[in-house]
Design a protein around this ligand. Structure first.
Ligand SMILES: *Cc1c(COP(=O)(O)O)cnc(C)c1O
Length: 454
């Protein structure tokens, strides 16, 4: 820091903000002050690009919707007091709803006793959560490594597969086109979107992509790899692609992929960061297909929409390559007591409130109604598809999709969709969304579509 740093000013500014954070309500004056600080801060210090692409900001940034608080399990309110039905669900983090009281209570209690761990004594909640996960996940998945995010869960999965397969001479990885596995360098090797990848090449060597859902291409690629000595260490896929635009593979794809992996001695890594924790109508999406992976990656909803938390769960056979030296792969904050408390409460709530079942039922209801709503507009909407409460609405192009998502937003329904990525907008509300709220979403979409000019 330069010698001219004005500590006094920084102290006053931080004090003012701390005072606002602790307020139950804000006045319109404070609301306006926060909005100004937010827009200026994004422009000058976060990234001005965000102000261009987000539908929550008007051109030039004169008006911006700034979020402030949750209001009910499936809604939140901006600082101006406008309420939104949350059909974006934080891209799948709010499965148990916003601010679930049981999750909050667990985290608050842990926070008041001991927020973070010593890093040396054995921390109890890590062990307890790992046991719960072994019981909750399908098949013989047994050991867990805890993380803070989805990309870290995928990194851990990749490193585990490398550690296990390197000694067997297998070093090739296969992922799928349109995949999304995160944006750190390892997981980005598996992510498929050219725009995200090009500036950061090269990646992990020996990473290939095949068409998602095409079992024949997967078979031929694995066969070719076996013939050339580029043996496949692992295949990394999402059971249903979320970020890629809610893409469902053929029904027998996952089971056939499991068979192929067995045949070629490759590990199957399933990335359920978005599809897990009840989202698609089962606790884990792979359960729809009766498939058990060797490594399962979780995050997003895993922390109950309260704490950032993720996990990588593997079979004993695979995970045991870390037994000899457990420090081979570590993280300071992964599996911290607050995150574990949140995850334990989240699992309790998912089961107690039967949220996976609810996602299946509400999802079927919403999907059927959305299909009806878009029927008169084949010139605007190509398809509505999904499983459980992971639903995609595919528009004819990005512009129509953006206009629709902006129209919904202006009418109090938040869905995904930015100026440069809106051809397919995802609808993935909290699993707590009511039928009445689904009806309001459909009515709003009907109104928006009727007013859209192609
Ligand atoms: C969001 C997502 C990730 C990345 O998670 P981050 O927490 O953003 O790193 C990885 N895989 C899938 C399938 C995702 O949807």
């Amino acid at each position: 820091m330069s010698s001219s740093t004005d500590y006094r000013e920084i102290q006053e500014y931080t004090a003012k903000v701390l005072e606002i954070i602790e307020r139950k309500e804000v006045t319109p004056e404070i609301g306006a002050w926060i909005t100004r600080q937010t827009v200026d801060g994004f422009r000058e210090h976060v990234n001005p690009g965000f102000l261009e692409y987000r539908k929550s900001v008007t051109k030039g940034g004169q008006y911006a919707a700034v979020e402030w608080k949750d209001s009910g399990p499936s809604c939140f309110t901006d600082i101006g007091g406008k309420e939104y039905i949350d059909c974006l669900g934080g891209f799948g983090i709010y499965n148990v709803g916003h601010s679930h009281p049981k999750v909050l209570r667990a985290v608050k209690a842990q926070m008041e006793r001991q927020p973070l761990h010593s890093q040396d004594l054995l921390d109890p909640l890590r062990a307890i959560l790992a046991k719960i996960l072994a019981d909750l996940t399908p098949g013989d998945l047994k050991y867990s490594f805890f993380t803070n995010s989805g990309t870290e869960s995928v990194e851990a999965g990749l490193k585990l597969a490398k550690a296990y397969q390197n000694r067997r001479g297998k070093q090739t990885f296969i992922a799928a086109t349109r995949a999304f596995h995160g944006k750190s360098l390892g997981s980005l090797s598996g992510t498929a979107k050219g725009a995200f990848r090009k500036p950061f090449m090269p990646f992990i060597p020996n990473f290939r992509h095949v068409m998602f859902g095409d079992i024949d291409m997967m078979y031929k690629t694995m066969q070719a790899c076996a013939m050339t000595g580029d043996d496949v260490a692992a295949v990394l896929v999402e059971p249903i692609q979320g970020e890629g635009g809610v893409i469902l593979p053929p029904d027998n794809y996952l089971a056939e992929l499991r068979d192929l992996c067995n045949r070629f001695g490759a590990l199957l890594i399933l990335d359920e960061v978005q599809t897990g924790m009840g989202r698609t109508g089962k606790m884990f999406c792979c359960e729809h297909y009766g498939v058990v992976p060797d490594i399962l990656c979780l995050a997003k909803a895993f922390g109950g929409g309260v704490m950032p938390a993720g996990a990588t769960i593997a079979t004993e056979e695979v995970f045991s390559c870390l037994f000899e030296n457990p420090f081979l792969h570590t993280t300071t904050f992964g599996g911290n007591p607050l995150a574990c408390a949140a995850a334990i409460a989240t699992i309790n709530v998912l089961i107690e409130e039967k949220l996976p079942e609810r996602a299946l039922e509400t999802g079927a209801y919403l999907l059927a109604n959305l299909k009806e709503v878009v029927k008169p507009y084949p010139d605007k909407v190509l398809e509505v598809r999904g499983k459980g409460l992971l639903i995609g609405v595919e528009f004819v192009d990005d512009q129509i999709g953006y206009d629709a998502s902006k129209g919904l937003f202006d009418n109090g329904v938040l869905v995904a969709g930015t100026l440069i990525n809106a051809k397919t907008i995802r609808i993935e509300p909290p699993l707590t969304i009511t039928r009445e709220q689904c009806d309001r979403v459909c009515e709003t979409l009907a109104k928006v579509l009727a007013n859209l000019t192609v």
